[in-house]
Design a protein around this ligand. Structure first.
Ligand code: SF4
Length: 77
């Protein structure tokens, strides 16, 4: 099943954990607020299989639940 990801930037507290756990998947703006980098935080591209383990680490450990996932693109309702 494909997996799509997105960061709710309003919920991010700029703790830095996701970038430490999955540096290929998360970037930060000048204020330290994270975004999902592979698709510019649009949630439109499926996560690659090789990135799944790192993503799940970040998803499970984000302290605020800002990292979101679903089985269809976030660009769809
Ligand atoms: S782990 Fe969560 S709260 Fe911390 S920077 Fe990443 S998205 Fe933001």
């Amino acid at each position: 099943m494909p997996l799509y990801a997105h960061v709710d930037r309003d919920a991010c507290i700029a703790c830095g954990l996701c970038q430490m756990l999955a540096p290929d998947l998360f970037d930060y703006d000048a204020n330290g607020i994270a975004s999902y980098s592979p698709d510019h935080n649009t949630g439109s591209q499926p996560l690659s299989t090789q990135a799944t383990a790192a993503f799940k680490q970040a998803y499970q450990r984000c302290p605020t639940g800002a990292i979101q996932r679903r089985d269809r693109p976030f660009t769809e309702p």
